[in-house]
Structure formats: structure tokens, C-alpha cells
Design a binder for this molecule. Sequence first.
Ligand code: ZN
Length: 233
Amino acid sequence: MMATRGAWGGHANGKIPASAMVTIAGTNRRVRKEFAAGVNAFRDAFRARFGYLPVIVESYRDYAEQVRLWNAYQSGKGNLAAYPGTSLHGWGESIDWASRIDVYGTPEKQWADANGPKYGLAPTGNGFSQREAWHFDWNGTVYKPPAPPKPPKQEEDDMPKNSGCAWVRASDKRNVRAVFNTDSGFWWPWTDNDIKISDVQKAFDVPSFATVTEGGAKGIEAMCALVRSRQEK
Ligand SMILES: [Zn+2]
């Protein structure tokens, strides 16, 4: 989902009440509501990659602070600053990062540039006349966490004769359908050729296929029931 950047909620730039924004988890930094989930997810993903949460130096910035930064910029003593009332920081739609996202050439900065946009964070500071590695603007993406994957339903009717089926959890955590044929005594993947025989064995708790083969159709039913009961847990 996308939303429009810039003015929102009938507020004035830099004069938004704290109660109208969302505080980023574990900080006192605030952003616009539609931007917050993406910022939190971005920080979680960064931590998964680098082992720590990236620090936000600044997010929402009030008008008085923008005036101070503008004056410093004009007098040559500060970084590039937007004219008061025009900064996306004043809408709670920008983030300035520390944690080496602010340093060109670091893995952190490269990762943030590559992965930020899907969480709604565009590395727009790269395009400033004085480049700012740390400055990211909301790109309008309203981030929604992906739904947890559901194991697909079994379809019994398209099964070959003399066979049983099961969903097994492959080593990469996907649920893969496997078919056991009593005539041939072989397992094979039904919809996916990445399945590993060792995963099938593990899922069925059988040391070898002979164990299942000897059980015949009853063995398959028992194994399928076992797998189903595990999936229901
Ligand atoms: Zn900034």
C-alpha cells in the first residue's frame, strides 16, 4: 500500500503534537503513523543482519529546531538544512541514522540502501548536493509484515493409486508434499524436486524406507496420521 508524503492530518510542518505520531520501539523518536511499522521492521531486519539495533539520531524535528539548523547552515557552521517548514523531518517522514549507516562504503550503509526501500525508507540523502549517507525519507510505502506461511491443504483425490502422501518439512523449512508408492516402494516429491530423501525419512522418523515399505498401505496411513498430528500441534 502506498500513501501520500508531505502534509497530513491538518497539521503544520514541525508543529505536530507528539500524540499524533508513533514512537519507535525502544526510543523516544517519533514518526508519522504510516511510516512507523516500516521503521520498526527495518531496525529488526538490520539487527538480524548485524546483531544490533541501528540508532536513530533524528526523526521528527520540530519547527524551532529546523530554524536553528537552517541558521547554522546559512552561517556556514552546519550541515545542509531545509528551509524551515519544508523539511520532511517536520512531517515525521525522515530518519537520520547512526550505526555506520551514516558512513559511505560500510556494509551497514550498503545494506540499508539495498533493503531500506521495501520498508519504506529511501536513501534520498545520497542525492543531496552535500551527500548525507544517514538521511532516509519515507517513500510512501505502508509496510505490512508478511503473513506467516500456512501449510497447504492435502488433496487426496489426485493421488496416484497405491500411494500415500504427506507433507514433510524440508530442511529449508518449506512444507513439501511427498508421495509414497506401495508398488515401487519409493518416495518422491509431488510438486517440488528440491525435496531431500533424508528430510522425508526424518519427518517420518524412519531409519530407512524398508521400514515403511514393510508396513505397506497400513504403514503409510500410520505415517500420514503421524505427520498430520505433528502439523496440528
Ligand atoms: Zn535528515
